[in-house]
Design a protein. Structure first.
Length: 76
């Protein structure tokens, strides 16, 4: 199980292909809020996607899939 306290602002978020597709803004109610994308929007990904945390947050899916599945509002 991932300890959300290990996830810090400005950490890179790497997809399953080990490529960065986002950066952590902060944790928000058990979800990772990502920094604004080039169009100026925040997105959220669930902690359940996280496989490991070291200097980066590693998720379990390719970046393109993650970007299709992330949300623009936090889940309540």
């Amino acid at each position: 199980m991932i300890n959300s306290d290990e996830i810090k602002p400005d950490m890179p978020v790497l997809c399953s292909k080990n490529k960065q597709f986002a950066t952590v803004d902060h944790m928000d109610n058990g979800q990772i809020k990502l920094k604004k994308d080039p169009s100026g929007h925040h997105h959220y990904i669930p902690l359940a996607w996280v496989q490991s945390v070291d200097q980066s947050v590693h998720i379990d899916r390719p970046g393109a899939q993650a970007m299709r599945e992330w949300t623009s509002r936090p889940n309540k």
